[in-house]
Design a protein around this ligand. Structure first.
Ligand code: ZN
Length: 244
């Protein structure tokens, strides 16, 4: 299985990776869904855009706890580094990620489409100015825009918001052009991101799936299923690629 997957990657003309929460779990980021998911501890309402508008201070307190105090300390793992290495070797064209944790960039990936936005950026709700999180003091909540004093919001998609552009268009274009598609740590539960792999498949891509257990994709679009955690699977895959 790993040899076949390695050959598929090596022979492909345009290979694209599509990642979800499962790739960052081994970096210490809890998933949103499932038994130990963040939604069991926090009310998802905090991330509803209407709630954010009406309860901005409370929303920001929780966001700071989860996204900046907790996520801020994590570092990329072997799976993130392996994807950056494949890109450097010209065996991977792009990463499409549903994650907002910036770990693909931290690992050295260059072409990354952040389908749900990035926590590294904040956006002003009034004038749409953008800021880097490093420029902003989160000791006073909510953080405000230097130009217009509007409230800043993490530039990630909240419930009730549209997928940011150009990430949406770019991601679907990658799916159309790819001849090899590697799904990692994503189970196909979140729309519209979950429509990307079937789009790649219907445009002729072969699909490699890496998940520790079967997903919505396994019996529908997957060609090669590597039933393993992201780091172990990517380590084995890199060994196979080196041995080809
Ligand atoms: Zn502003």
């Amino acid at each position: 299985m790993y040899t076949r997957a390695a050959q598929m990657i090596k022979l492909s003309k345009r290979c694209v990776a599509f990642t979800g929460a499962g790739i960052s779990v081994e970096s210490g980021i809890p998933p949103f869904r499932g038994k130990n998911g963040l939604w069991n501890k926090y009310d998802p309402q905090i991330f509803d855009i209407q709630y954010f508008y009406t309860h901005t201070h409370h929303s920001w307190e929780v966001i700071r706890d989860i996204f900046y105090d907790l996520f801020g300390k994590v570092t990329p793992n072997a799976a993130h580094y392996a994807l950056a290495e494949l890109e450097a070797r010209k065996m991977l064209s792009a990463v499409i990620t549903q994650n907002v944790d910036n770990l693909h960039y931290d690992a050295g990936s260059i072409v990354v489409h952040e389908f749900h936005g990035s926590l590294k950026n904040l956006v002003c709700l009034d004038c749409r100015s953008k800021y880097k999180i490093s420029e902003i003091d989160l000791n006073v909540l909510p953080p405000r825009c230097e130009k217009c004093n509007g409230i800043l919001k993490p530039d990630v998609i909240f419930f009730g918001e549209a997928i940011p552009e150009p990430a949406q268009t770019d991601s679907f274009n990658e799916a159309k052009k790819a001849d090899c598609f590697i799904l990692i740590g994503t189970t196909g539960m979140v729309a519209p991101a979950n429509m990307i792999p079937p789009k790649a498949k219907s445009n002729g891509a072969q699909l490699i799936e890496i998940n520790p257990y079967p997903s919505e994709y396994t019996d529908s679009v997957t060609d090669i299923f590597l039933e393993e955690t992201a780091t172990r699977a990517m380590e084995k895959l890199m060994e196979e690629i080196d041995n080809l």
